[in-house]
Write a new protein. Structure first.
Length: 162
């Protein structure tokens, strides 16, 4: 079983099922855009809770937002360092070392100071995420909504009136 069948089974089919059930393309697109944006939030372990809260607060589709959230995990890991570096750039902060030996030496020399530095670095990454993600999410929504409308129209033409 390849990656294509995994994506089809775990992402595409559930989204198509939602369209067939009558969930609007706009609601699915918004759920996917928010799920994608929150899915790359630079605090590991926080995204499921954030997506659940967003779904309740904004009345988004819970399955769509969580599907996208889970699919985003590899991208969250890939974007963690760029968000950290972008945050350092925003705040003109010295770059934190990422090699194992440098981090070990940093913690050995000043454990409490190193924990504080990691805390500040995390906050800077969150600020970077806040600067980058809203426009990215809007762009994703603007691309997804028309595409999902076309897919829904195609379903209606082939399935007939429901």
């Amino acid at each position: 079983m390849g990656a294509g069948s995994f994506v089809r089974r775990r992402v595409i089919s559930p989204i198509m099922d939602l369209l067939k059930q009558g969930v609007t393309p706009e609601k699915i697109a918004l759920s996917m855009a928010v799920g994608g944006a929150l899915g790359v939030f630079p605090v590991l372990g926080s995204t499921t809770i954030l997506c659940t809260l967003a779904a309740f607060l904004f009345r988004l589709n819970m399955p769509a937002i969580q599907i996208v959230n889970y699919v985003m995990f590899p991208l969250q890991l890939l974007l963690l360092i760029p968000f950290i570096r972008f945050g350092e750039w925003i705040f003109h902060a010295a770059p934190i070392p990422f090699s194992a030996s440098e981090m070990a030496a940093m913690f050995r020399s000043d454990f409490q100071g190193s924990m504080g530095l990691l805390w500040v670095t995390g906050l800077q990454a969150i600020v970077a995420w806040c600067a980058f993600m809203p426009p990215a999410a809007v762009l994703v929504y603007l691309v997804l909504a028309p595409g999902l409308r076309r897919i829904q129209a195609r379903f209606r033409r082939t399935d007939g009136p429901s």
